[in-house]
Design a protein around this ligand. Structure first.
Ligand code: NCD
Length: 362
């Protein structure tokens, strides 16, 4: 069965199929209005969300299907101590597909191991957010006409921003993409993305200190919110929260066709004066999110019998004597929150990483 846990679970051909279907849905809404009749989507949201949950809900409704689920885990059996694996076993008896958001990294991957219906990762901690990635890819395609060859600047919280991590991974599927990283030292892109994605898959990247010095080069500027809820030290949050603010003056340095994306919600990293600029694509991006989720739900149910599996090959710690006793040390990983086994992946550079959350094993 095919789940969408990590953006690399989708091949380039599959991404293209989803984006093409989304474009067809945009042009022919009536054709798709009943295709999910009698099908149900469960939205299991263990972490706050407005856009993503409502976008999934609206997507399934526009396909003629039904939606059930919870927006607050405190109202579910989770509050009685149920594990994510048990929850999806149960919900799989009621729904044809599950969209899950969780604050614990790797929760959806662990849940997918026992699920009898496709699981869609709607965001796991600071780790991944593959449906936002599909939204971003559709938006870039619609705004610029192509993804190959773009120069994209990521600005803001590149450390905790899961949308950034997932989009960079997916961009490795495209040709000649150049990435510019604009972040304060405290919020730099994690090493695993730099080494295992950019270096290994050949995405060229550079790190810069100011927006101004790169604005004229960019085809896409991807702004992000500083993720307050992921900080352990609030003084550090206060120091970095207003590091980069996009205003009309900075926009005047950019190309006429540059597109500004933001997964939203914004706090104050884009001044509202930018909203009227035709290059501000972030509200169009929200609508693209609904169309791409319609396409994804349709495709996952069509691919239900296709062999799936996840992107990485895992090594059971228990099967290799040299790994015995090693564990993931990320406190936010599913391994340290539920009874997930110690499982690792070895990257081509030889680094051992947690199978569930990608943290380096020390
Ligand atoms: C993002 C998320 O949840 O990671 N929002 C979204 O899904 N559209 C970005 C954010 O919360 O800053």
């Amino acid at each position: 069965m095919k789940h969408l846990i990590d953006p690399m679970d989708l091949s380039k051909v599959e991404i293209d199929e989803i984006l093409a279907l989304a474009q067809d849905i945009i042009g022919n809404r009536e054709k798709y209005q009943d295709v999910m009749a009698h099908k149900k989507l469960a939205t299991l949201f263990y972490e706050p969300s407005t856009r993503t949950r409502l976008s999934f809900t609206s997507a399934m409704m526009e396909l003629g299907g039904n939606v059930l689920g919870f927006a607050d885990a405190r109202s579910s059996s989770v509050s009685k101590g149920e594990t994510v694996q048990d929850t999806v076993r149960v919900v799989g008896c009621f729904a044809d597909v599950i969209a899950m958001r969780h604050h614990i990294e790797g929760a959806q991957l662990y849940a997918s191991e026992v699920s009898k219906v496709p699981i869609i990762n709607a965001g796991d901690g600071s780790h991944s957010h593959p449906t936002q990635t599909l939204t971003d890819l559709l938006t870039i395609t619609r705004e610029l006409g192509h993804i190959d060859g773009i120069t994209i600047g990521f600005c803001g919280d590149l450390k905790f921003g899961r949308t950034v991590h997932s989009l960079i991974k997916a961009l490795s599927r495209y040709k000649d993409v150049k990435v510019v990283l604009i972040a304060p030292d405290e919020l730099k892109l994690p090493d695993y993305i730099k080494q295992d994605v950019c270096d290994r898959l050949g995405i060229s990247y550079k790190e810069v200190k100011t927006m101004e010095e790169v604005m004229p080069e960019l085809d896409v500027l991807y702004m992000t919110r500083v993720q307050q809820e992921r900080f352990l030290d609030m003084d550090e949050f206060d120091r970095v929260k207003d590091s980069f603010v996009l205003d009309s003056k900075k926009m005047s340095l950019a190309k006429d066709k540059m597109a500004v994306l933001h997964p939203l919600p914004r706090v104050n990293e884009i001044l509202t004066e930018v909203d009227a600029d035709p290059r501000a694509a972030y509200f169009r991006q929200v609508e693209n999110g609904k169309f791409v989720r319609m396409a994804l739900i349709y495709k996952l149910l069509e691919w239900k019998d296709k062999a799936g599996g996840t992107a990485s090959q895992c090594i059971e710690a228990a099967s290799e004597p040299s790994l015995s006793g090693l564990r993931c040390t990320n406190p936010k990983c599913i391994c340290n929150n539920e009874n997930a086994p110690a499982r690792f992946v070895r990257t081509s550079g030889g680094t051992l990483r947690c199978y569930y959350c990608d943290s380096k094993i020390k």
